[in-house]
Design a protein around this ligand. Structure first.
Ligand code: NAD
Ligand code: UDP
Length: 326
């Protein structure tokens, strides 16, 4: 019985998005193997999955080759919060590039389908707004964010080349700021910082003047898009993307609702009216993008997908999740 199930590998599957993806794939009846070195992920995110006979957890660093026979490989391993990816930037670039190369090599040998998580960071501090997939970006190659931005750009390039040169079936999504339950409470990203600060009555740390914007996507919307994308037959994927002249299947997936960090702080406090937190202003980190909003026309056209959960709905659910850490 088990042998007939689709076999999926999720690298980074003990992290925020990866653990939710693993949960969803299991619910679809897949056999799931999670491979993670627990750098930013946590076993607590997958405790409930461990007794499931269709679930396997392996502690492994994706910079080292890995092996197994899978139908689908989902590559998510990479620290995603600026605090964490800047902690050991050399390791971040290696994780991003060697991780996807190892995944692609395995896919090449075993004919697996590959899903790769790229990021809106490939657009850098964009001078085109909103950002379509055809925009090549505005990235500092030698700044403190470059380990992540350029690591992810190199990963996209190698995906495109494994597809062109070796015919690997690879599909990429450029994820825009995604939040929700299973984010690490001390992850360092803005949604978790503001929520934890407001819950603990600590100062809410606004970097810069707080007028920079981001577009926040609830994690369930991202998972819906991944599911629809991976279910598409290869011929349909090829036809659609070849027609768009993009060189490789890549889709922006995010929620176009755009908010400044000041607006996010106010929304967070509105969810917790009893909070005693005050806003404090701290220096803006180097190369912090000023504006970000996805153009999701392609995802709408190809997947028939658009996000369903506005920030006003997803934020309270996420804050509710964080209450267990206070
Ligand atoms: P996360 O930090 O919660 O998850 C990343 C996981 O990768 C963690 O479990 C971590 O332990 C693991 N990992 C890191 N280095 C590894 C290595 N060398 N070997 C094995 N495992 C390793 O972050 P997330 O938000 O769940 O992000 C998942 C993926 O999605 C990342 O690739 C990230 O770049 C991408 N992404 C996320 C967002 C977002 O807003 N959440 C936006 C754009 C892209
Ligand atoms: N930010 C902030 N306070 C915080 C954490 C982040 O004002 O405590 C800002 C940060 O400077 C950036 C935005 O929030 O402008 C989003 O930051 P995050 O680290 O979540 O993601 P990214 O910059 O990678 O989009």
């Amino acid at each position: 019985m088990l042998g007939l199930r689709k076999k999926c590998l999720v690298t980074g599957g003990a992290g925020f998005i990866g653990s939710q993806l693993a949960r969803r794939l299991l619910a679809q009846g897949c056999e799931v193997t999670v491979l993670d070195n627990l750098f930013t992920g946590s076993k607590a995110n997958i405790y409930d999955l461990l007794p499931n006979p269709a679930f396997t957890f392996l502690v492994h660093d994706v910079t080292q080759p890995f092996w197994g026979q899978f139908d689908e490989i989902y590559n998510l391993a990479c620290p995603a919060s600026p605090v964490h990816y800047q902690h050991n930037p050399v390791e971040t670039t290696k994780t991003s590039l060697l991780g996807i190369m190892n995944a692609l090599d395995l896919a090449l040998k075993t004919k697996a389908k590959v899903f790769h998580t790229s990021t809106s960071e490939v657009y850098g501090d964009p001078d085109v707004h909103p950002q379509p997939e055809t925009y090549w970006g505005h990235v500092n190659t030698i700044g403190i964010r470059s380990c992540y931005d350029e690591g992810k750009r190199a990963a996209e390039a190698i995906c495109a080349d494994y597809r062109r040169q070796y015919g690997v079936d690879v599909r990429m999504i450029r994820i825009f700021n995604t939040y929700g339950p299973y984010m690490h409470p001390r992850d360092g990203r803005v949604v978790s910082n503001f929520a934890m600060q407001a819950l603990q009555g600590k100062d809410i740390t606004i970097y810069g003047d707080g007028k920079q914007s981001r577009s926040f996507q609830y994690v369930d919307d991202l998972l819906d898009a991944i599911e629809l994308y991976m279910a598409k037959p290869r011929a349909e994927v090829e036809r659609f993307f070849d027609g768009k002249g993009l060189g490789c299947p890549v889709l922006n997936v995010g929620n176009p609702g755009e908010f400044t960090m000041l607006e996010l702080a106010q929304l967070t406090l509105k969810c917790l009216p009893e909070s005693k937190s005050k806003l404090v202003f701290q220096p803006l980190p180097q190369d912090d993008p000023k504006r970000r909003r996805p153009d999701i026309s392609l995802a709408k056209e190809f997947l028939g997908w658009s996000p369903k959960v506005p920030l006003a709905e997803g934020l309270p659910k996420t804050i509710e999740y964080f209450k267990r850490f206070v």
